[in-house]
Design a protein around this ligand. Structure first.
Ligand SMILES: *Cc1c(COP(=O)(O)O)cnc(C)c1O
Length: 434
């Protein structure tokens, strides 16, 4: 009989609580610091940009945090997401490895990011906020927040990294369809944006610049708060629905992973798939390897320094202890726009520093080669970001083949690539820029 290739949960199986890794960290995380004093950041100071409930989650060390019912109801538009076994890819690689992927591309925004956008919009709404400002790289977070704001009747302002705004117009059109206002960053809307445009008229923009613009917009518009799509503890927390569901689905599949893989930009989808499995390592005697994959041209975890740094270019955020390329690092205009962040989630960084997770980096060409093999075997066209994970999956499966041993691999397919087809064409026609 053929192996089962799809493991589906039903709506009632959507997790009732998020898993907070802070409760199980072997040593406490270094706190965020106030850059003015170098003292731990006072929560009240963050209330200018975040609602109280989100700040509480950011600081929480409670192991499980209940997901509000209205949030679960919106998540149920696409959750639980399927877990699939890639039998056709296994066959093409002629490997004894079993390869599973958790598919987050089924959300209306096409990626995992609405898992955090929805609760963030909801908590803001509860506290009377009318308008949310944010930045977006490739446009995935902007789409996710635009969608979430629409679900709860909030206004949404998005500063979109200029290179993506020009290369990926469909992302902007999707945001505008949901009713958001989108500005190419650096923009004329903020003082910081106007300054960068004067100093660097040809800049492709960066997430660091766009974050600075969104924060400035927030503090200069009453009734406005800010929402961040990755990096922070509460975002990683919200993404754990991915791994919590995957744990149940692997049980349905009757296997347990030897290795769990996710791509890492700011670290949230990796955290989402990995942390619930890491809990089983820390408290349940399991020995799953957890592997974060990043691009060679923005290698914070593999080549960055572990130190306190700003989250944005204008140095307006608290200082966070993380692997960083430096807050003024200007990554190239990579096709995987979602992986162009200079830093890494403090949770993921702390765990890497403790050697509880591993990291690896790949170049764009080998990543698109892997993505094309995946598309030609499994059918699904993955996002360039997710394709970094696929390259690592293929390497792991080939290593299992060399060893002649079974290896159970689970990875997060964080989004589909249907709005990235120009990048696939660049690969096919030999004109990838790196
Ligand atoms: C944004 C994005 C990423 C990277 O962000 P993380 O916070 O590291 O998860 C990865 N994949 C897709 C499809 C994205 O949209």
């Amino acid at each position: 009989m053929r192996a089962a290739t799809r493991f589906d949960l039903v709506q009632k199986d959507i997790p009732e609580a998020w898993y907070n890794i802070a409760a199980d960290m072997p040593t406490p995380m270094p706190p965020p610091l106030n850059p003015a004093t170098n003292e731990p950041m006072a929560p009240e100071l963050m209330e200018a940009i975040f609602p109280k409930a989100i700040i509480a989650q950011e600081m929480s060390s409670e192991r499980y945090i209940e997901i509000p019912e209205e949030v679960r109801e919106v998540l149920s538009l696409w959750r639980p997401t399927p877990l699939m076994r890639s039998v056709r890819l296994e066959r093409a690689l002629d490997t004894p490895a079993h390869i599973y992927y958790k598919y987050e591309g089924v959300s209306p925004a096409g990626s995992h990011k609405p898992n955090s956008a929805v609760p963030q919009a909801w908590y803001n709404k509860q506290e009377g906020v009318k308008r949310l400002a944010t930045e977006t790289g490739a446009g995935q977070w902007g789409r996710s927040l635009a969608l979430a704001c629409r679900m709860f009747g909030l206004e949404c302002i998005v500063y979109m990294v200029g290179s993506s705004y020009r290369q990926k117009p469909y992302r902007r059109m999707a945001m505008e369809t949901w009713g958001a206002t989108v500005h190419a960053s650096p923009s004329q809307e903020t003082e910081f944006g106007r300054r960068i445009r004067a100093e660097m008229p040809d800049t492709a923009g960066s997430l660091g610049i766009a974050i600075s613009e969104a924060v400035e917009d927030t503090v200069t518009h009453p009734g406005t708060k800010y929402a961040l799509g990755s990096v922070l503890n509460h975002v990683c927390l919200h993404q754990t629905v991915i791994g919590l569901e995957a744990l149940q689905q692997m049980e349905m599949a009757g296997e347990y992973p030897d290795v769990v893989i996710g791509c890492a930009g700011g670290g949230s989808n990796f955290a989402g798939i990995a942390f619930p499995f890491l809990r089983q390592n820390l408290t349940g005697g399991k020995k799953t390897r957890l592997l974060a994959i990043e691009p060679e041209s923005c290698p914070s975890l593999t080549k960055g320094e572990f130190r306190y740094d700003f989250g944005d270019m204008a140095m307006t955020t608290p200082l966070m202890k993380m692997y960083t390329m430096g807050h003024d690092f200007m990554p190239p205009a990579l096709h995987a726009g979602g992986l162009r962040y200079h830093g890494m989630a403090p949770t993921v960084s702390h765990l890497k520093n403790l050697d509880l997770i591993e990291a690896r980096s790949y170049g764009q060409h080998e990543v698109f080669e892997a993505a094309t093999l995946f598309a030609r075997t499994e059918g699904l066209i993955p996002a360039p970001e997710s394709s970094h994970a696929i390259k690592a999956v293929i390497d792991e499966a080939l290593e299992a083949k060399r060893e002649g041993k079974k290896r159970v691999i689970v990875f997060n397919l964080s989004g589909h690539g249907l709005l990235d087809l120009t990048s696939f064409e660049a690969y096919r026609t030999g004109s990838l820029n790196l």
